[in-house]
Design a protein around this ligand. Structure first.
Ligand SMILES: [Zn+2]
Length: 336
């Protein structure tokens, strides 16, 4: 494993984390849903790990009791990335999340993790994947496609998935990741860039894998990486998931469900050059009007909003050739 010279690493409680996937499994004596919760798919996103450790401690202490079904929690899905307190180890674990074909050697560190996590996910039907994000902004949930029998991501559990997202009580829910990713590839192809047949598989992450196995999954972006409230958001989300599925006791004081704003991702823009700059510090879900400048390319060209909509995942530290920001519009879909 390559050593890192990052001095911050010595301040991290995870700086000596071994290359071992630690999982916590709980099985109630009554049958029920099989839920998996992932934290630390991206190494610098610690809120999910902290949320999971809190739930594990409460389950172990008897402060929380699993009434039915099975619950598996993985606090740190990418130990190398966490040790480095970086998004990736050798690459992004939340891409190309498909098992290595039989007879082939895993290509890298993340492929080895994927090969461990996929059989584990196969034993579950619901995935809650806890993340945080770079820019300032409020928590949001990400869901997959609507029910469809297409080839990209056929799905039949959009109702259950939407209901889970609703119960995570974020002010916003975002739909349509893989669609936009695939459209982005097609856009590059039309621009004359050679795109491999299997390139769309690179856009498949943990939730896409869970859906491909007959389950459903929601990504919860708990807040900004350093937001001290983010671990609490993740913790409440785990409990809300378990309550919705009647796997823990109901909360008699539960507040009524909010009606979140639902947005549909419609496009992605890559950063092409290290000198591509945003025209201002965007936060996720900042509203923009059609034609409004969002960024400026290295050659001076302005990148403008294609319609009235919202900026999602602006990343002013994106490496050239990777996603600079996503663009979303209001969706007419209803979750309940
Ligand atoms: Zn993440």
């Amino acid at each position: 494993m390559p050593a890192t010279s990052d001095a911050d690493v010595f301040a991290s409680p995870w700086s000596h984390l071994p290359d071992v996937l630690r999982t916590h499994g709980y099985a109630a004596l009554q049958p029920g849903p099989r839920v998996m919760v992932l934290g630390g798919v991206h190494g610098n996103e610690t809120c999910g790990s902290r949320a999971i450790e809190r739930v594990v401690a409460q389950l172990d202490a008897g402060e929380l009791t699993l009434l039915r079904g099975q619950l598996t929690l993985v606090p740190v899905a990418n130990p190398l990335a966490r040790r480095r307190m970086a998004r990736e180890g050798e690459r992004n674990l939340n891409r190309l999340f498909v098992p290595t074909p039989q007879g082939k050697e895993p290509a890298d560190y993340e492929a080895r993790l994927t090969d461990l996590l996929c059989p584990l996910l196969d034993r579950h039907e619901v995935l809650l994947d806890l993340h945080s994000f770079q820019s300032v902004g409020e928590a949001f949930a990400m869901i997959g496609p609507r029910d469809n029998t297409g080839t990209l991501e056929p799905f039949a559990r959009a109702g259950e998935e939407g209901l889970l997202a609703l119960h995570l009580r974020t002010p916003r829910v975002v739909e349509g990741w893989l669609d936009v990713y695939a459209a982005g590839l097609a856009q590059r192809q039309r621009a004359g860039v050679a795109v491999d047949e299997s390139a769309v598989d690179f856009g498949r992450g943990t939730n896409e894998y869970m859906r491909s196995r007959g389950g459903y999954g929601v990504t919860l972006e708990c807040g900004q990486h350093e937001d001290p409230a983010a671990p609490e958001v993740g913790y409440r989300a785990i409990l809300s998931t378990l309550r919705l599925l009647r796997m823990i006791a109901p909360d008699p004081n539960e507040a009524p469900l909010p009606q979140p704003q639902l947005l549909r991702l419609v496009s992605v823009a890559d950063r092409l050059h290290a000198d591509d700059q945003f025209v201002r510090d965007w936060a996720t879900f900042d509203a923009v009007a059609q034609g409004e400048p969002i960024g400026q390319r290295a050659d001076g060209t302005l990148v403008r909003a294609e319609a009235d909509g919202f900026i999602v995942f602006p990343n002013d530290e994106a490496l050239p050739g990777t996603e600079w920001f996503y663009f979303a519009r209001e969706s007419e879909r209803r979750l309940a």
